[in-house]
Write a protein that binds this ligand. Structure first.
Ligand code: BGC
Length: 776
């Protein structure tokens, strides 16, 4: 038996040949750390995300199946809208010659559980000795179909090794799931059709979304189809069947297929549960489903994003892991939905979308799959009414985007109370929903970045200009006149360890940028599309706003570098106490600081949670000199705990820019291990979407050196010493470029029919249509 202390929990080199750097394997079963693998190995297709809880149940498991955009709000003042945990369709419990199959009982002779990124499948092989001393081999496989987004397919093969097997399988659909105790569903119809398909209907309690769940089973013994005796069983919110096949001979294999589907009234083609049943009934068997699923991953994911890293196997795996989750977390099918901060892999952050989408994840799509990027930005455009309401409720104008968002029309959904304050014993108030306001400018920034990369004029006319203007209307109403300048006081910046600060540099600069962009595009539309400008003016009172933008942007206070070239993070940060952060920086668990201090105390110290001034230096990089960047790195990094998973990727990119390859690489190593690393407690509530988007940014924007500055494309690679080659695709104004970078040369292939101009290592070049440009 493999003992946990003798091995690292996760192995990264179990794939060989075609599967080299495509697999992650859990090497032993640990009932204490189920959450990590449930999240990190979760399966998803953007429509749903399924935590990889095992078929059989354990005390500390957190099963979860989240269907994008199906938000519900439980009754009560303390509740906010959240993504409900839908009925579980994966549970199967096995009785093998009278023993319940449980890895906590008997003896595990072999265990491995593998996520295969290439085929997006999860498999588990177990050799188990039961408490009655019988041996069995069990092989489980499953996937969440990318080709048919409603479908989960499972297969289990059981071989009795020491004597014949009397098997009892209890399997079905369990609607008793909750979000940490909160039940979001009213019970609906339960039904068995044709002795075959189990159905569970459910309806969310407040948002009234209909859910229809179906499961069906098929059995083969060796290669012959068998029909075991079965008994249906219904309970509150639960429909199960007990299957009892004839005796299985020693060394023969019984295979069970369970195909399940979920459909909801959020689906664009939803009619009712009967129609969903008719669709589900036509679903083919596991092997056919798998073929289509595998092909969908091959053609729509891996051929679309062929990123190759030579030199360090783990890094190749890490970028594939990132793309795997970026695909699984993104509801690319529906512009009424966005990406949760934990994707669809757990209850963390309640399925809400944050600035994580625009600043950390969107660059991947903008650069590599602009169609999906557009959909995600359309979500913001469609949610303008909620943002207008939030502005109005706070006595501002324009669109004030919510810090956390769910339904389009919701406006703000950030919970008000959070973790315990270790000093007062009370819950800590979460101020972000009230005063973390930079998200409004972050969204405008992402719109502009998308426009520059794609040149998508249609998007701009339908959504983009309005987003740029509506956000600028907000900012001009938000600015406060202090003597002869404008300020922004009482905010939380990206560093959430500082609350109610005045003139957070990031917020002020981004607001200023937003105003300037609105002015620029107002001027442009006046020349080029006065009709569109007139209609937007009528809606947003742009004529009078334009004057205010000009006046206020010119006088908005932008904290300048001091004598030591340090940009003050806010008005008081630099005068606060400095403490030695070494123990907290080295702590294995995030947030260790709060075991010793509460947030009020941290507020009074020069401690930064995550990139704050540093992300400003990245996003608006051409407004700051290399000296200023270096001075701020040297000042702030030692004071930054990287307690948010968003932090390290930004630091790595800046380190690349500053020419410190080793530092850039060591920051990348840490960033790429946030979910994928050996810390088995890192991800229980779900994977970290922004950090995963950040891994891609480090590879392409950091090491690949791809940037868009003032509307121009720049490429200035900084390949890590350990890498011998990096290849990745980018789209620029509709043209697809494939970049191949080694230490000696850069090869750029333009597979489009347009010439592409850009600045490569400081020199202007043109890569002609359908041709390859090579430099050394
Ligand atoms: C970070 C935010 C982030 C949020 C969701 C917080 O811990 O400080 O910047 O948006 O997590 O990922």
């Amino acid at each position: 038996m493999l003992l946990k202390n003798q091995h690292q929990a996760l192995k990264y080199d179990t794939g060989s040949g075609e599967l080299k750097n495509w697999q992650i394997t859990e090497t032993y079963f640990d009932p204490e750390t189920l959450g990590k693998v449930e999240a990190v190995f979760s399966l998803g297709n953007g429509y749903m995300g399924l935590r990889s809880a095992t078929e059989e149940r354990y005390a500390r498991e957190v099963r979860g199946n989240f269907i994008a955009g199906t938000f519900n709000k439980f009754l009560g003042d303390k509740e906010v809208t959240e993504l409900p945990n839908a009925a579980d369709m994966t549970e199967m419990s096995f009785t093998l010659n009278g023993d319940t199959f449980q890895l906590t009982d008997g003896e595990i002779l072999h265990f491995d559980r593998t996520l295969n990124l290439k085929d997006a499948t999860l498999s588990r092989t177990v050799h188990w000795r039961s408490p009655s001393d019988d041996e069995y081999k069990l092989i489980f496989t499953r996937f969440v179909s990318l080709a048919n987004k409603h479908i989960i397919a499972q297969k289990v093969a059981i071989t009795p090794l020491s004597r014949n097997l009397t098997l009892k399988l209890h399997s079905g659909i369990n609607g008793q799931m909750t979000n940490t105790g909160t039940q979001h569903f009213k019970e609906g119809v339960l039904r068995l059709y044709d002795q075959k398909i189990m159905k569970l209907e459910a309806h969310t309690t407040e948002s009234n979304i209909d859910f229809a769940h179906f499961s069906r089973h098929a059995f083969t013994l060796e290669n012959s189809v068998i029909t075991p005796k079965n008994t249906i069983f219904m309970d509150r919110r639960k429909i199960f069947t007990t299957f009892e096949p004839e005796t299985i001979q020693q060394n023969e294999t019984i295979t069970i297929e369970k195909i399940s589907g979920v459909y909801t009234s959020r689906d664009k083609d939803w009619k009712d549960a009967d129609q969903a049943l008719a669709i589900f009934a036509m679903t083919p068997n596991y092997d056919s489903l798998f073929k289509a699923h595998r092909k969908a991953w091959q053609t729509t994911v891996w051929e679309q994003y062929p990123i190759q890293i030579e030199g360090v196997d783990f890094d190749q795996l890490a970028i594939r892991f990132a793309i795997y989750h970026l695909t699984g977390m993104t509801p690319a099918h529906d512009n009424r939905m966005n990406i949760g901060a934990k994707g669809l892999s757990g209850e963390g952050y309640k399925g809400h979308a944050f600035w994580d989408t625009e600043i950390f994840v969107l660059p991947f799509f903008t650069t590599s799959n602009p169609k999906i990027a557009r959909q995600l930005l359309e979500y913001r455009s469609l949610s303008i009414p909620g943002a207008v309401r939030k502005a109005r409720d706070n006595n501002y104008e324009g669109a004030m985007f919510p810090w956390e968002s769910a339904w389009l029309e919701d406006g703000e959904v950030t919970p008000v109370w959070g973790a315990a304050d270790i000093i007062t014993g009370e819950p800590t108030k979460i101020w972000s929903g009230f005063i973390e306001q930079h998200i409004t400018a972050d969204i405008a920034f992402a719109v502009w970045q998308y426009y520059q990369f794609t040149g998508d004029q249609d998007f701009m006319e339908k959504h983009g200009y309005e987003l740029l203007f509506a956000t600028a209307v907000f900012w001009q109403s938000r600015l406060e006149k202090k003597d002869d300048r404008y300020e922004i006081t009482g905010v939380v910046g990206p560093d959430e360890y500082k609350e109610h600060v005045d003139n957070n540099a990031f917020t002020n600069y981004m607001a200023h940028w937003n105003l300037e962009k609105a002015i620029q595009y107002y001027d442009l539309l006046q020349q080029e599309n006065p009709e569109l400008l007139a209609s937007l003016s009528a809606k947003w009172d742009l004529q009078s706003n334009y004057q205010k933008w000009r006046e206020k942007a010119a006088k908005l206070y932008l904290p300048q570098p001091n004598a030591a070239l340090v940009i003050p993070q806010d008005d008081t940060y630099l005068s606060k106490k400095i403490i030695d952060l070494t123990p907290y920086k080295e702590a294995s668990q995030v947030g260790a600081l709060f075991l010793d201090y509460n947030l009020d105390q941290v507020n009074d110290m020069q401690i930064t949670k995550q990139a704050d001034v540093m992300i400003l230096l990245y996003l608006l990089e051409n407004e700051f000199s290399p000296d200023v960047k270096q001075a701020n790195w040297d000042y702030y990094e030692p004071k930054t705990l990287h307690d948010s998973s968003l932090s390290r990727a930004t630091h790595s990119i800046l380190a690349s820019d500053l020419g410190d390859k080793d530092l850039a690489y060591s920051m990348f190593e840490k960033a790429s291990r946030i979910d994928l690393g050996q810390n088995m407690k890192s991800s229980d509530a779900g994977i970290h979407s922004a950090s995963i988007g950040g891994i891609w940014q480090v590879v392409v924007n950091g090491f690949g050196g791809v940037r868009m500055l003032d509307g121009r494309l720049y490429v200035h690679p900084h390949l890590p010493e350990k890498w011998t080659e990096l290849q990745f695709p980018i789209y620029w104004k509709g043209a697809r470029l494939h970049m191949k970078i080694t230490h000696d040369m850069i090869e750029i292939t333009n597979t489009s029919n347009k010439d592409v101009e850009f600045v490569l290592n400081g020199t202007e070049i043109v890569v002609l249509a359908d041709s390859t440009f090579t430099t050394n």
